[in-house]
Write a protein that binds this ligand. Structure first.
Ligand code: PGA
Length: 249
């Protein structure tokens, strides 16, 4: 059975005291223990948040990392640093990183390598902008994101990776992909993994949906056979909403 995961990407939100209060509310809530909860705060707070969550079922991740090992890269964070403060996960290639920071699939492949070398779990993000969907090019685009960012991995590495499908037109817009649109793309992605690595590997990998996922629509999205949870932005900034989503399986 593959893991059910609900991850909260806090993006550039919350002061330090607000972040500590939010994680305190999350770890103090009751939620389905079979779901892996992950909080992804600003990197600045990860060390403290990892201490607070260490004896709980809540994992901690970062929103980005360098593709380099160490050295003269001012402002960057390495996977070794991230691991050394107790995080276990990192987002790679969120659409905001792709769009505003010009991250390419080839850069993302290197970031994935850094994480896996340090025994951290990449949550590799993919998804199309509206224009690509309207042109009917969304499957091709997601295919190239997956192939160029992940398909250099061997099978064992692939098994340690989580994929998040986030249609860019649904992120922060209040417009969610329909349940059918989500399932269709998740099924497509799992098929790509099956073709390359075999059905057993594809069946073991968690594929999360992201984009305006809320307590009101999570149940319908998570009911799909190939949707294994969510990557939550806005609704993860409120503990009650985040927990309600986690309890939606
Ligand atoms: P949203 O963001 O839930 O606010 O749409 C999702 C994401 O960007 O991961």
């Amino acid at each position: 059975m593959r893991k059910k995961i609900v991850a909260g990407n806090w993006k550039m939100n919350k002061t330090y005291s607000e972040a500590i209060a939010l994680v305190g509310d999350i770890v103090g809530s009751s939620y389905d223990e079979s779901v892996q909860l992950i909080v992804i705060p600003p990197a600045f707070y990860v060390s403290e948040i990892a201490k607070i969550s260490s004896s709980t079922n809540v994992g901690v991740g970062v929103q980005n990392l360098s593709e380099h090992d160490s050295g003269a890269f001012t402002g960057e964070l390495s996977s070794k640093m991230i691991q050394s403060v107790g995080a276990q996960y990192a987002l790679v290639g969120h659409s905001e990183r792709r769009e505003y920071f010009n991250e390419k699939n080839s850069d993302l492949a290197l970031k994935v390598n850094q994480l896996l070398a340090d025994d951290l779990t990449p949550i590799y993000c993919c998804g199309e902008v509206l224009e690509e969907r309207e042109k009917g090019n969304h499957f091709n685009l997601v295919k190239s994101q997956i192939e160029e960012g992940l398909f250099h991995l061997d099978k064992d590495q692939m098994l340690k990776t989580v994929i998040a499908y986030e249609p860019v037109w649904a992120i922060g817009t209040g417009v969610t992909a329909s349940s059918d649109q989500a399932q269709e793309m998740h099924h497509f992605i799992r098929g790509l993994v099956a073709n390359k690595y075999g059905v057993d590997t594809a069946d073991s990998i968690s594929i999360l949906y992201g984009g305006s996922c809320k307590p009101t629509n999570a149940k319908e999205l998570f009911a799909n056979a190939d949707v294994d949870g969510g990557l939550i932005g806005g609704a993860s900034l409120n503990a009650a909403d985040f927990i309600a989503i986690a309890n939606s399986f």
